[in-house]
Design a protein around this ligand. Structure first.
Ligand SMILES: *[C@@H]1O[C@H](CO)[C@@H](O)[C@H](O)[C@H]1NC(C)=O
Length: 225
């Protein structure tokens, strides 16, 4: 942490905000890492983090959209613990039960605009993406670890654009159902034709570059726990 603080104070003296992909060209980070990483983590949970770091806790410094978007702080500093009950047998059914049991109170981190099936698709899409990151990009990052300075830059979410991009998502949940951070309108998910649009959007951040950005970030944060 001391190292991180020292490194950051140097960067912050130079400018109020900074771009890790410019500070570390050749790091493998894409230019839009703020958006690829914010997308991967905006609804992260402690259980999601445990895919990557089995000892993850609620003190994880991963900024996420506040589950209760009626509160003033739309971004939390840590990914929260997701309380699932165990009345059903499988995690899938207990997850669906959790989603349906918060319908109407807008306290599932998505705000008021998502239909029940859109909420279900979102939760399982995020789990799907986290598993994709683990399968496709995690080992490459472990075999070619980012150095400590790059990790410090990535973990410094207040200045590197990642927290701002999570806030972008939170603020757009107040008025719509954005799937990407590209500000494109999306139809309500009501039939096969609209699902085709949703599916294409949901797969937007499954590129090797986006998966690598997220894997680098998820690798680096653990160094500062
Ligand atoms: C991500 O960073 C780019 C380049 O700095 C910037 O243009 C864009 O607005 C940022 N996106 C969000 C959602 O903050």
């Amino acid at each position: 942490m001391l190292f991180l603080a020292g490194f950051l104070s140097i960067i912050c003296l130079v400018s109020g905000s900074f771009d890790c992909s410019k500070l570390f060209p050749g790091s493998g980070l894409s230019k839009s890492y703020n958006e690829t990483i914010a997308h991967a983590i905006h609804s992260m949970t402690v259980d999601g983090l445990k895919l990557f770091h089995p000892h993850a806790t609620t003190k994880n410094f991963v900024p996420t959209v506040n589950q209760d978007l009626s509160q003033a702080n739309v971004v939390l500093n840590h990914a929260p613990e997701e309380e699932l009950d165990s009345d059903f047998t499988t995690m899938t059914m207990n997850t669906i039960s959790k989603i349906l049991s918060t319908l109407g109170n807008s306290k599932d981190g998505l705000g008021p605009n998502w239909s029940p099936i859109e909420r279900v698709a979102h939760v399982f899409h995020m789990w799907d993406l986290w598993n994709k990151i683990k399968q496709e990009a995690w080992n490459d990052v472990l075999n070619n670890k980012p150095d400590m300075q790059l990790c410090a830059c990535l973990a410094s979410v207040d200045g590197n654009g990642i927290k701002d991009a999570v806030a972008w998502v939170a603020n757009h949940y107040k008025t719509g159902t954005p799937i990407t951070l590209l500000n494109r309108p999306i139809p309500k998910l009501t039939d096969a034709a609209t699902w085709a649009v949703w599916k294409e959007r949901l797969l937007h951040y499954y590129t090797p570059e986006a998966l690598n950005d997220a894997a680098m970030y998820l690798h680096c944060i653990e160094k500062f726990w």
